[in-house]
Design a protein. Structure first.
Length: 114
């Protein structure tokens, strides 16, 4: 199980919902996602491929969907995730077989589902 799936499980998504999200993301057709989600995915993809290509308009589009404060959250998390991926790849760190975040699940998850 990947770290993303682990965090989604802790957020309250069940295995079927996580598998569906994974399938839709891996398929490349983002049309089933909300506009704000598509904007975040586009930003993260561009950032991953070549961060130097990010421009003011990329930030403005993200902020238009999320507001400046939440857009900063998206920026911070994408930076962190890209960094962690590079570190894990550099050291060839294997993923855990079980959810290391189990036990941190909130009592009631309030997760917006597409």
């Amino acid at each position: 199980m990947g770290h993303t799936e682990m965090v989604l499980a802790v957020a309250g998504l069940n295995d079927n919902t996580i598998a569906d999200l994974h399938r839709r993301l891996a398929g490349g057709d983002l049309s089933t996602f909300r506009p704000a989600e598509r904007a975040a995915f586009a930003f993260a993809r561009k950032q991953a491929r070549n961060p130097a290509d990010l421009a003011e308009q990329d930030w403005q589009q993200l902020a238009a969907h999320f507001g400046a404060e939440r857009a900063l959250d998206v920026l911070w998390w994408t930076c962190r995730c890209h960094y962690m991926t590079h570190v894990a790849n550099a050291f060839q760190l294997p993923l855990e077989h079980e959810n290391v975040f189990d036990g941190f699940r909130p009592e009631k998850a309030s997760v917006a589902r597409p």
